[in-house]
Write a protein that binds this ligand. Structure first.
Ligand SMILES: [Cu+2]
Length: 231
């Protein structure tokens, strides 16, 4: 019995190693050359006790050292028949200090619920738009209503805004058939487990829209892919 267990473990390890050799990694950078927009502040017009007087504009979050752009979504469409790794079934969006947290997130495969949290104790109004700018939901969330759950809208790019505080904005990207990464504060990303071959990798950013770039993945290697805007 014990021998069979050890044998089974060995077979599993071999299978894992073989799978590891079959895939590759893409690492890269999204950011600007020497010219990039300076950081902006948005004026807070009400509820100052909770919201403060100003909030950072989160559309272009750029690291001054690397010129890297945060919150760009990189996605790799999976070949037909390949399953995306299951993500959390619930997408959580919190309202904190009259900002949304997180500002950009991805709903992975299997996600079906949008859970909106009100941590502020004041009225917010959650307005959810689809790809075409049409309203999916528009509901008030008074301060005492800490959590509201809705079905996650069936849309690729979901924008959430607050009708009470017009500076509040968040994005949820729904990618059921993709692997994805979101750039960090330095504009870096890493996509793992990619099948070898050449493919267009797509990028989306709220202020720049969509574009794509070709990259060739080699099994067991790290390919580099940079999106640099301007010079
Ligand atoms: Cu609000």
């Amino acid at each position: 019995m014990r021998r069979r267990q050890i044998l089974g473990l060995a077979v599993m390890l071999m299978a894992a190693t073989a799978r590891g050799q079959e895939t590759g990694v893409v690492e890269g950078f999204v950011g600007f050359g020497d010219n990039f927009p300076p950081p902006k502040k948005l004026t807070v017009t009400k509820d100052h006790v909770v919201c403060g007087r100003s909030v950072p504009d989160e559309e272009f979050v750029i690291d001054p050292a690397s010129h890297g752009l945060a919150n760009a979504v990189i996605f790799w469409a999976l070949p037909e028949g390949e399953q995306a790794p299951a993500g959390p079934p619930t997408v959580v969006l919190a309202q904190e200090g009259c900002r949304y947290e997180p500002h950009v997130q991805v709903a992975g495969a299997g996600a079906g619920t949008l859970q909106v949290l009100n941590n502020d104790g004041i009225l917010h109004n959650v307005h959810v738009y689809d790809d075409d700018g049409n309203t999916f939901f528009n509901f008030a969330q008074p301060g005492f209503k800490k959590q509201i759950d809705k079905d996650l809208p069936d849309s690729r790019i979901i924008n959430v805004q607050c009708d009470v505080h017009d500076w509040m904005s968040a994005w949820i990207i729904s990618l059921p058939n993709s692997r994805y990464a979101i750039t960090d504060a330095q504009g870096r990303f890493r996509l793992e487990g990619l099948a070898p071959g050449s493919q267009q990798v797509r990028i989306w950013h709220e202020g720049l829209g969509s574009s794509s770039k070709a990259v060739t993945v080699v099994a067991g290697q790290v390919a580099t892919l940079d999106f640099v805007i301007g010079k």
